[in-house]
Design a protein around this ligand. Sequence first.
Ligand code: IMP
Ligand code: MG
Length: 183
Amino acid sequence: MDQSDVAGDLADILLTEEQLGTRLDDMAAQIDADYAGKDLLLVGVLKGAVMVMADLSRRLHHPVSMDWMAVSSYGSGTKSSGVVRILKDLDTDLSGRNVLIAEDIIDSGLTLSWLVQNLRSRGPQSVEIATMLRKPDAAKVDVDVKYVGFDIPNEFVVGYGLDYAEKYRNLPFIGTLAPHVYS
Ligand code: IMP
Ligand code: MG
């Protein structure tokens, strides 16, 4: 899927497929170095993190296990509240594991800060975060993120796993939506 398939819906392309790929190369190299000789469990947060998980994990030389969680944050519309419900929990026991959460985007940070606390309570060796995108100007809580792809402006973005009303997830790049799509 590319821009021509969603003609008129996008205002701008913020990050190209190539830019995302190059950044993922660096992130994977860093993760390989940091976890050398250690066990590593990648935890993807459904559904947005599917692309990051697939592309990041395939760039790693390090052998990893993978597991998935689905969470929903109670909130109004596109704003998250920090009150999170687990829709699908991990199948994996985290005791003694090194956990790396793979995320698409950190907006307010409320979802991830809740998730990190929740996973830390399960007795892992470590819990860290790798996110493709972060919106520093939208932060409501401080989340300690070890690997960040790109810091982006506080705008609603779609593509590369991110949706608007469940659409646009399969765009291979990150773009901003044209205003008419919202109304
Ligand atoms: P947070 O709790 O505010 O950090 O919200 C994180 C979640 O909200 C992400 O995992 C996304 O699912 C969603 N989200 C936040 N910003 C965007 C955006 O710009 N586009 C699409 N989804 C977003
Ligand atoms: Mg997400």
